[in-house]
Structures are given as C-alpha cells and as structure tokens.
Design a protein around this ligand. Structure first.
Ligand SMILES: Nc1ncnc2c1ncn2[C@@H]1O[C@H](COP(=O)(O)OP(=O)(O)OP(=O)(O)O)[C@@H](O)[C@H]1O
Length: 392
C-alpha cells in the first residue's frame, strides 16, 4: 500500500499542510527542527494510533490549538480509501473512513501500515523490556488489527486488578484484618483469559519473525550473527504453586513453544495463584504479558548488555527489516519510513540498508543533509522549511 496524499491540520508544528505523495522513494530534506519528523510521524500515527516519540497525544497537537487532524488517501492495489483521525487530548479521539460517519479510532488500524526506522530504535536493543513489548504489540496489531481491542481489554483488566491489589496492600499495611479477596479470583480469570490471547499472538509473531531477523542481520552485517529471538514469559515456571513458587526469581522463563490458548490460560492462572501472596503484599500484578520480555540473542549472549554499539544498531535495523518482510509476505506491503537514520549509521550499514529498502512500494526518508541519503534511494525530493513542504 502507499499514501497518495497527506493532509495535516494543527498537527505538531504544522498549522495546515497538504502533501501529495507518490509511490517509490520520497526524500524530505531540511535543516534541523523544520518539521521533517513531524510529517512522517503523522503516517506512523495512522498505522499505530501512537507516536514513536511520545506516549501521549498532547504534544502532537500544535501549541495553542485544541485538536489536530491527520488525513491520508491510501491506495492498496485497486482500492483507495480516505482515512482521518482527529486527536483531542483529554477527550476521545475521533476517526472516519471515506468521510462516512464516525468509527472508533481502532477501526482504522490496518488501512495504513508502516514500518518506521528511527534513531529511537536503538532502545529496542538497549532499552527496557517495555520497548520490546511495544514493538511486538504494534506488529501484532499490524498483522491482526482486532488485537488492538484485545490489548485495550487487557490494559483495563490489569488496571482494575491492580486497583484491587493496591487497596488490599494498603489495608494490610494499616493493620486491618485484610480485605475479602474473593473478587480477585474473578479478575485472575479475566486477566488470564485476555492475557492468553495476547500471548498466543506474540508467540506466533516471534516464531515468524525469528528467521527473518536472522537473515536481515546477516544482510545488514555480513558474517555477523546468528541472532535468535526468545520470548520470556513472566508466568513460565511459576505454576508449581505454594510458597516455593512465590520465592522464584521474577525473571520468569522461556515460554513453551506452540502452546495453545487454553494451555496458556491455565499457565497464567496457575502463575497468578503462585504469586498471590507477593502480589497482595506489593499491591501490583506480577505476572502476565505486561511483565514479559523478548530476549534478543546475538550468538549465545543477550544483545542487551553485551552487544557493541554497532552490533546493537545492526540488530535494531534487522528487527525493522524483518517486520517489513513479514508484513510484505503476508500480503499488504507497508510504507517504509526512514526517519533520520542515515546520519546515525556508518557508511557500510547506510549503503546496505538503502539497498535493502530501495525497491519498497513507498519509502519515506527524512534527512537534514541530502548527502547522507545514499544514491540508490533516488526518487522524489521535497524541501521542508518554515512550515512548508515543497516538491523540488
Ligand atoms: N505540538 C507542537 N506545537 C508546535 N510546534 C511543535 C510541536 N511539536 C513539535 N514542534 C516543533 O516542531 C519542530 C520539530 O520538528 P521535527 O522534529 O519534525 O524536526 P526535524 O525537521 O525532523 O528536525 P531534526 O532534523 O532536528 O530531527 C520543533 O521546532 C518543535 O518545536
């Protein structure tokens, strides 16, 4: 798929802008702070309903404005659609498809698909588990858009369960006889039911992505690797029950490959039972998909803490390239967005990456300096300056 027209109103630094786009490579060049990232961030927002730079919508609305609108015309094969999101920080966002009456924002997921490479990607390798969970969940949603609803159900159940645990912990600390925790059983079942669905999709994704990441790593860093992706479940190994299990390390263990939804449900439920005493003491849910990690291994060692800076970059690029290959193989080619990445890479990685993506259906590249963009990425050039975007 590709975006044929992008229209922004009060989004980031743009009061109003219309940008016609074609398939193939589009390079946006401009000095620092002119709004290049803001443009491609808008495309990423339509694909994920989030920003790769900030966790809330407020900074995405132009300072002084109340709401922002992102609108894009999108072509996939013979089909064209117009998708629109209105960002209303503090209130519900609104969305429309083909100017129809409103739909839920998550109903637009899947229309725009993108894989974004950005300097922030280094955090996929070097950062906290939350970075890798977000990476997995965004890709899961790109493959199976209904998972956005499952994720928000999970977050809601988790929040309610944590509220209950927190009150129980407070009551204990204040010397009360303890709360009646019978409702916790019901929340355990909800959490395990929805959590198992999240786990099934993550496991399926990791199995599909692993070989592609290994190949991509070899492409970016010839002779390097091998790389393996290992999903680490906070619930695995905690189902023995009783105090022994409660004393186990909080690192969890590898998830059993190929486990079905029911098996994962039972495992989560047993794990919640095993850590209940600790949870009531600490007032927080200790097992579930929100505590899991994706261990990125380079050879025998985890990349985090062991890989060099260059290896970490190659790994991050390999994860994004593998995501691209996966979505492409599954029938809907995503827009590739390369935001300011070439300046971060050495000449060899720069050339390799450019060669690997040059044939994408649509590749949006931002750069402060035109010379940073490898020659193989020839295509439309745009200048970005003073809130205006002009085709060169
Ligand atoms: N909500 C907002 N309201 C107004 N201006 C904003 C808002 N968010 C960001 N900006 C402005 O947008 C500019 C940054 O734009 P952007 O990150 O797209 O720059 P860039 O061209 O990619 O720069 P660089 O090359 O340095 O990465 C900054 O000047 C910033 O102050």
């Amino acid at each position: 798929m590709h975006v044929t027209h992008l229209s922004l109103a009060d989004f980031r630094s743009y009061a109003r802008i219309e940008v016609p786009l074609g398939p193939g490579v589009c390079v946006f060049v401009g000095a620092n702070g002119q709004g290049k990232t803001n443009l491609v961030e808008a495309v990423g927002y339509l694909a994920t309903l989030g920003s790769h730079r900030v966790s809330s919508d407020a900074p995405l609305v132009r300072a002084g404005a109340e709401r922002a609108v992102i609108r894009a015309s999108v072509t996939q094969g013979e089909r064209s659609q117009l998708v629109e999101i209105e960002l209303n920080p503090g209130r519900a966002n609104r969305a429309r498809i083909n100017r129809s009456s409103q739909v839920r924002p998550r109903d637009v997921l899947g229309i725009v698909r993108s894989v974004l490479f950005a300097p922030e990607d280094l955090a996929l390798v070097k950062g906290d588990p939350g970075e890798r969970r977000r990476f997995l969940d965004e890709l899961v949603t790109a493959r199976v858009p209904r998972m956005a609803g499952v994720r928000s159900d999970y977050d809601r159940v988790l929040k309610q369960r944590n509220t209950l645990l927190k009150s129980a912990a407070m009551a204990r600390r204040h010397g009360g006889r303890g709360m009646d925790l019978s409702t916790l059983d019901v929340w355990d079942q909800h959490l395990a039911r929805v959590g198992a669905e999240v786990l099934v999709q993550r496991a399926d994704l990791v199995a599909a992505l692993g070989p592609l990441a290994d190949k991509a790593y070899g492409d970016v860093a010839p002779g390097g690797g091998p790389v393996t992706l290992e999903y680490r479940s906070s619930a695995a190994g905690r189902n023995a029950g009783g105090d022994d299990a409660a004393e186990q390390s909080t690192d969890g263990g590898p998830a059993p490959g190929g486990a079905g939804r029911e098996e994962l449900y039972e495992q989560l439920l047993a794990a919640l039972g095993a850590v209940r005493r600790q949870e009531v003491e600490r007032g927080v849910t200790l097992v579930g998909p929100h505590r899991d990690d994706l261990v990125l291994k380079l050879g025998e060692l985890p990349a985090k803490g062991y890989a060099s800076h260059g290896e970490s970059w190659s790994y991050a690029l390999a994860l994004r390239l593998a995501s691209y290959e996966l979505l492409r193989a599954e029938g809907n080619e995503p827009v590739l967005v390369l935001d300011d990445v070439f300046a971060e890479l050495d000449a060899r990685r720069r050339e390799r990456l450019a060669e690997l993506v040059a044939q994408g259906e649509q590749v949006l590249v931002t750069a402060a300096v035109d010379d940073d963009v490898p020659g193989v990425l020839s295509g439309a050039r745009f200048s970005v300056a003073d809130g205006a975007v002009e085709r060169l």
